[in-house]
Design a protein around this ligand. Structure first.
Ligand code: NAP
Length: 483
């Protein structure tokens, strides 16, 4: 059975940066998928805009080519494809200049949902937002969507928030963190708040520690110059891993509304304790064979930017005091894998003499690959060879459990439809982003001022040796990446 889709209201989606990489690879294919399953109503239009001189036919042709590349099944659905392409318009506009705004104002219908997707450099957010407002293009009901990175530090995030809030109310601003659009990330909320089984165990009395890993097997090839200005802390921890930590650690919201959920996430961030230098390990991948090192890929022979980071984070509140959260993310690691492992404490009293086969109970929530949940249990080793213990997992892969209903969807599809629905639950609120930077800034300042430089690590492994020690020294160990 294929899942039911509820069509959204008719809309005009104005896509700034419509000729850019993100629009071509993610946003337009995502919109096509939603169109193909019947979620986009007949009255929906997508108005692409950029500085490039193009007419509607040329833009449509460019989008057609992108869909064949990034949504190849579109080629087999020619009637649908034609209909989707017919919903496209193009307006040439310069975010920083005078061109195009009047044409854009005339192109937008006042009686449908209006969404302005800013898939452009954050340096353009301010001028686009003020043009939309001052020229009367956006109304009090319009929505504006912005992309990561949302700031480089607290000061720049505040500036961006200022640029947006001068022209739009917070309830109109949708800050994307595409991790929140992933099915398993949303499932974390269902798992925690739609079941009675876990909540009594979900605290420091029963949870020994939590590991959050986002590992990539690729390096920074192709985006080295951009990455070198940011590093793993800014590019991944301050946003994506922070969101995973919040959803794992937050209190149950009183209801499933965007502000109730986001209030609870902000409280988690505000409860984070400062992270001391001994609790942080930064790394940079070495060259391997003919594959270059991080510094080669970044084009910066003296770079001290981290391509790997692991850290121990403590949450200073009643639920989590005494239960560390270990975060780890990096490039060129053994496998591409994202997961949250909640590792439980042992039984208070053990009656079995042979404990060799026992491992701590753990719930592993896999975001990728093979989205699903594993519960690690201890059972009796079968057979008459003495009462020995063994580890067995209860494994639920969503693809197997849900069949067609678990068909993977790109996070962008879900998020764009939420913008049209007016649901901000899976978008970061301004105070949330600022709280995350307020926590991250002093950590980053710690190594920017005094070092130490990142430790080199071999590609294809688990990062620097010191990262293993972060847990070993406390009698714990990381789960094997991709294991
Ligand atoms: P990109 O490939 O460089 O595209 C930028 C787009 O902005 C182009 O369509 C460009 O078209 C347009 N543009 C540039 N200057 C403009 C101006 N003055 N007025 C109007 N349009 C202008 O960038 P991208 O990779 O798509 O990224 C877009 C945003 O998404 C960035 O903030 C990026 O950090 C973020 N992001 C990207 C990815 C990704 O995978 N690419 C992932 C996460 C977040 P013209 O040159 O024709 O004007």
């Amino acid at each position: 059975m294929v899942s039911r889709v509820i069509p959204v209201d008719p809309f005009d989606l104005v896509l700034f940066g419509a000729t850019g990489d993100l629009a071509r690879r993610k946003i337009l294919p995502g919109l096509f998928h939603r169109f193909a399953v019947g979620q986009m109503p007949d009255g929906a239009r997508i108005i692409g805009t950029a500085r490039s001189a193009m007419n509607r036919a040329e833009f449509t042709e460019a989008v057609h080519a992108s869909l064949l590349e990034f949504a190849p099944e579109a080629a087999k659905q020619s009637a649908l494809l034609e209909k989707f392409l017919a919903s496209l318009e193009y307006v040439r506009a310069d975010a920083g200049g005078e061109d195009g705004w009047d044409t854009l104002a005339k192109a937008i219908r006042p009686d449908v949902v209006q969404a302005f997707y800013l898939s452009v450099s954050p340096a353009l957010f301010g001028s686009i937002a003020s043009n939309l407002k001052s020229r009367g293009i956006a109304s009090a009901n319009s929505r504006v969507v912005v992309e990561k990175p949302f700031g480089h530090d607290l000061a720049s995030a505040r500036d961006l928030n200022g640029d947006l809030r001068r022209n739009f109310d917070e309830h109109q601003i949708y800050r994307i963190d595409h991790y929140l659009g992933k099915e398993t990330v949303q499932n974390l909320m269902a798992l925690r708040f739609a079941n009675a089984l876990w909540e009594p165990l979900w605290n420091s009395t029963h949870v020994d520690h939590v590991q959050i890993t986002v590992a990539e097997s690729l390096g920074v090839e192709g985006r080295g110059e951009y990455y070198d200005r940011s590093g793993a802390m800014r590019d991944m921890v301050q946003n994506h891993l922070m969101q995973l930590l919040c959803l794992t650690a937050m209190e149950p919201p009183s209801r499933f509304t965007s502000d109730a959920v986001r209030d609870e996430k902000v409280k988690v961030i505000e409860a984070l304790e400062p992270v001391a230098p001994p609790d942080i390990v930064r790394g940079q991948y070495r060259a391997q064979g003919s594959a270059g090192s991080y510094r080669d890929h970044a084009g910066n022979p003296h770079s001290s930017t981290e391509s790997f980071i692991a850290m121990k984070v403590n949450i200073g509140n009643w639920r989590w005091a005494g239960t560390p959260f270990y975060l780890r993310t990096g490039k060129k690691l053994r496998a591409r894998c994202s997961e949250i492992a909640v590792v439980f404490r042992g039984p208070p009293h053990m009656i079995f003499p042979d404990m060799a086969g026992r491992r701590s109970n753990a719930m592993i929530i896999r975001l990728q690959p093979d989205e699903g949940i594993t519960l690690r249990n201890t059972i009796k080793e079968p057979g008459p060879g003495g009462f020995r213990l063994a580890e067995v997992s209860l494994d639920m892969t969503f693809a197997e459990a849900l069949g067609e209903r678990a068909e993977p969807q790109d996070a962008y599809e879900r998020l764009i439809m939420d913008v049209i629905r007016g649901d901000q639950t899976l978008f970061m609120r301004g105070d949330e982003v600022e709280a995350a930077w307020a926590w991250a800034d002093p950590i980053i300042a710690g190594w920017e001022d005094v070092g130490p430089a990142p430790s080199p690590y071999d590609p294809g492994g688990s990062g620097p040796e010191d990262a293993l020690m972060l847990l070993h020294r406390e009698g714990r160990r990381w789960r094997e990446i991709g294991g």
